[in-house]
Design a binder for this molecule. Sequence first.
Ligand code: AHG
Ligand code: MN
Ligand code: MN
Length: 328
Amino acid sequence: MAINLQQFLAKQLSDGVIDQQLCDLLNAVADLSKEINDKVTHGALAGVLGFAGTDNVQGEHQKKLDVITNEIFVEGVEWTGALAGMASEEMDHCLPTPAAYKRGKYLIMFDPLDGSSNIDINAPIGTIFSITKAPEGKIADESFLTPGRKQIAAGYVMYSPQTILTLTVGNGVFMFTLNLGTGEYILTKENIRIPVQTQEFAINMSNMRHWEAPVQKYVQELLAGDTGPLGKNFNMRWVAAMVAEVHRVLCRGGIFMYPRDNRDPSKPGKLRLMYEANPMSFLIEQAGGKATNGYQNILDLQPEELHQRVAVFLGSAEEVERVTSYHE
Ligand code: AHG
Ligand code: MN
Ligand code: MN
């Protein structure tokens, strides 16, 4: 018999892996993702394509869907009684749970729409979330700055030919496929293990001249294939949505990289630690892979700012260890 997400979470609850608040929160995230799915699949028919005419705190031009999905996410979780506050890529500062709702014990951080440049070309996009325990007292941006290792749950929803919710609550990685007929997320993959070795890499090669020496050296070796020191040929992919890259790595292995580069010294990488790198690194480690910033495991980094950026190397252990060792 197929297991749906609600049943899966009920079992985790009765096994003592999660508590009622986390169960409620995860169900709420799954529900709101169906609304996002509805918007993204209707695209032009729902009038959701194109730019919003505003910029976010990172100085990026917001797409309409960045703004719409952020609203859907906020409204989808604020009422649950599970949250003390939330923070998003699309909000300058955190949002403590409004006084109208019961305060809960968790914090959620999210990227409501990952892969914004893919929206208008109907390519894969996603939603990423990370859940931690809230500290006591007033919630401010600093309340969110706990290392990724302390995450209680993390996951993403990928909107592509299939809509898939991938989740960890700290006991492995589980994937659920949305049945559009019944509106249920059905468990379709469990015990996900990333192969230790791989012959596939993902990096935006157009930035090559800006990379630091260790990454230049490593990618040269990948490109040299069986004529180089790695002694095997590599294939390359770049979807331009971290959700889709991490999904591929979870499904068949690979190494995904978004290194820091010297285009803008104030930006140590493009991806954001709190709501992109941390939740994805939690999933990757739970599936037996590795995730570093070139020097340290991403999950061990002490965050300093809510919207902080970080270099990312994640996926199959052997290759992540190799490129990390080149940084030493
Ligand atoms: P977002 O749409 O949330 O800003 O994130 C986009 C990120 C990430 O998902 C992807 O890996 C990367 O940007 C793509 O960057 P390039 O435009 O350099 O390919
Ligand atoms: Mn993103
Ligand atoms: Mn985004």
